[in-house]
Ligand binder design. Structure first.
Ligand code: ZN
Length: 239
């Protein structure tokens, strides 16, 4: 049996699937991957992307942070792709328990998925640091300079987990979903960066599926490994 047929069988037979996705899920929507060859980390900036998107940069040079953030993190113009849409249908059928994502673009929710755990936060919600008022992505990305609160004039901060910040509470929920999963599908992540790798290690079942263009350090733990583009895989699966 081909690997994709094995995967189809796992999907058909399970109602406790958990999906854990990385940047590769969004690159097929046109969003740049931080770590791929043409990704943000290899572009030329005054500082590397990790520094531009750090907590220090936000608090010490808020103007510079927002210049970079608005230019490169603006996810408003992107649309969900075949993988996002497949997962939405899988959730509607009651087979998918949770989507755990490292992406901050909100595309799973745009596709209609409900139980999405964004372990690196999201660009879609933002809060005033002084009074806590919430602002949407349009308000922040369309503002001039540093986005300010309409109520109190305070600085607005995206609900993105910046470098140097703690992981959000949903990270603990993500751990639980993975521990209890029947089938764990890991896709579009190189699994070379923490905490992604340690999340996968929590899974103790025998239905671990890794889908990624390149090999990952965890391929030998997996029961099914598919090295292909996600659209080739999810475009050929049935819900
Ligand atoms: Zn405010």
């Amino acid at each position: 049996m081909k690997e994709i047929e094995k995967l189809q069988k796992l999907i058909d037979e399970s109602d406790n699937i958990v999906f854990f996705g990385g940047a590769g899920v969004s690159t097929e929507s046109g969003i740049k991957d931080f770590r791929s060859a043409d990704g943000l980390y290899n572009m030329k900036f005054e500082y590397p992307a990790e520094v531009m998107l750090s907590s220090d940069m936000f608090y010490l040079r808020t103007d510079k942070f927002y210049e970079f953030y608005k230019e490169y993190m603006n996810s408003l113009k992107y649309k969900p792709n075949i993988t996002h849409n497949f997962l939405t249908k899988l959730e509607e059928k009651g087979k998918l328990k949770a989507i755990i994502t490292q992406n901050i673009d909100g595309l799973h929710q745009k596709a209609g998925s409900k139980n999405v755990l964004e372990v690196h936060g999201t660009t879609y919600t933002n809060h005033c640091l002084d009074c806590g008022e919430e602002y949407d992505a349009e308000y922040v990305f369309n503002s001039k300079g540093i986005p300010k609160c309409k109520k109190c004039g305070g600085t607005i901060k995206p609900d993105v987990v910046l470098y140097g910040e703690m992981l959000p509470d949903c990270f603990m929920d993500a751990r639980d979903y993975i521990k209890k999963a029947d089938v764990l599908i890991v896709a579009g992540t190189s699994l070379t960066v923490e905490p992604a790798a340690s999340l996968v290690r929590l899974y103790s079942g025998d239905k671990l599926v890794i889908i990624n263009k390149d090999k990952t350090p965890y391929d030998h733990y997996a029961n099914i490994v598919i090295n292909d583009s996600l659209k080739n895989v999810f475009g050929n699966l049935k819900v």
